[in-house]
Write a protein that binds this ligand. Structure first.
Ligand code: A2P
Length: 317
């Protein structure tokens, strides 16, 4: 399995299993199947509402002797309602309890957005707190303390623009090890790739298959389909593989980590086997022409009228 070296020296298995949208009733089996197939990197988050089932599956796999804790890479994310410094460690401890672990490999700030500690989502403007009132550096320093306390080996961010990353970098000597963002052929983010390379931040690609299973409220009408894109399908046919495998291998060949989600045994295996492919330079070139800067997860759910958040400010574009 291909590894990425983080700026801390840690080795991250580049292909991981996404667990966003994996329902509590199905994620337990999916994790066990994934471990048997060979997955060693699992991407979790408190807000996905399934960490305790995932933790039970890890425990089962450890007890059965399939894998040791040290052989797994487990990432989780701090939800937006725990950005105040005094709430960070409590939130991480809750995630560790749910996952039945005593440390994470990577803990990320899930969004550059602050919610009131009592709010889970932004239903109204008063659920949100302007970012300048709880600046990212405050949350970041609390994450640094979590590393010192041995609760996470690495820390990073998610959904950060180049601007927000560079602002954070200017204020800290601890460069985030990771920025987890949406990346796929319709959203290639070349500028972000180049910037992260210069400053030593690795990238993880989320929604690499287009996250078709998002709730209806998070989907827009007539959005494009990655898995049915004719260029991707043509490349799949010339490489004797599936469209999903092309999308996964494209992310790996660009040097990013990638976390396709599946709870289906056949697709878990198919996605894992994408690692064995090699996409031709012509295929990589053809895919590079597909960029539309199209976001499946556009963050509009944060842009509540009357709040300080807009989609343009979120992505700085
Ligand atoms: P399922 O969990 O039933 O396999 P993303 O990783 O971009 O969020 O996409 C996840 C969606 O893609 C889910 O609906 C998942 O369904 C589906 N999916 C995962 N792997 C494949 C695959 N190999 N072929 C087609 N669809 C897939």
């Amino acid at each position: 399995m291909q590894n990425l070296t983080l700026n801390t020296g840690s080795q991250l298995p580049a292909l991981g299993l996404g667990t966003w949208k994996s329902k509590p009733g199905e994620v337990y089996q999916a994790i066990l199947q994934a471990i048997q197939i060979g997955y060693r990197h699992f991407d979790c988050a408190a807000i996905y509402g399934n960490e305790s089932e995932i933790g039970q599956a890890f425990q089962e796999a450890f007890q059965k002797g399939w894998v040791t804790r040290q052989e797994l890479w487990i990432t989780s994310k701090l939800w937006c309602n725990a950005h105040h410094a005094e709430n960070v460690q409590t939130a991480l401890q809750k995630t560790l309890n749910d996952l039945s672990l005593d440390y994470l490999d990577l803990y990320l700030i899930h969004w550059p957005v602050v919610l009131q500690p009592t709010s889970m989502f932004a239903a109204k403007a008063s659920d949100l707190i302007p970012l300048k009132e709880v600046p990212t550096i405050e949350t970041w320093q609390a994450l640094e303390s979590c590393v010192q306390a041995g609760l996470s080996k690495n820390i990073g961010v998610s959904n950060f623009s180049v601007n927000k990353l560079s602002e954070l970098l200017a204020q800290t000597s601890t460069t985030p090890a990771m920025n987890q963002i949406e990346l796929h052929p319709l959203l290639q983010q070349k500028e972000m790739l180049d910037y992260c390379k210069t400053v030593g931040v690795q990238l993880t690609a989320y929604s690499p298959l287009g996250s078709k299973d998002r709730a209806a409220a998070l989907r827009s009408a007539n959005e494009p389909s990655l898995l049915e894109n004719t260029t991707i399908l043509d490349i799949a046919s010339t490489h004797n593989c599936t469209a999903a495998q092309v999308l996964i291998k494209w992310a790996l060949q660009r040097g990013t980590a990638v976390i396709p989600k599946s709870v289906n045994p056949k697709r878990l295996k198919e996605n894992f086997e994408a690692q064995e492919l090699t996409l031709s330079s012509q295929a990589m070139q053809e895919i590079s022409t597909l960029d539309k800067h199209f976001r499946f997860v556009n963050g509009a759910f944060w842009a509540v009228e009357g709040s300080d958040y807009t989609v343009a400010k979120l992505w700085d574009e």
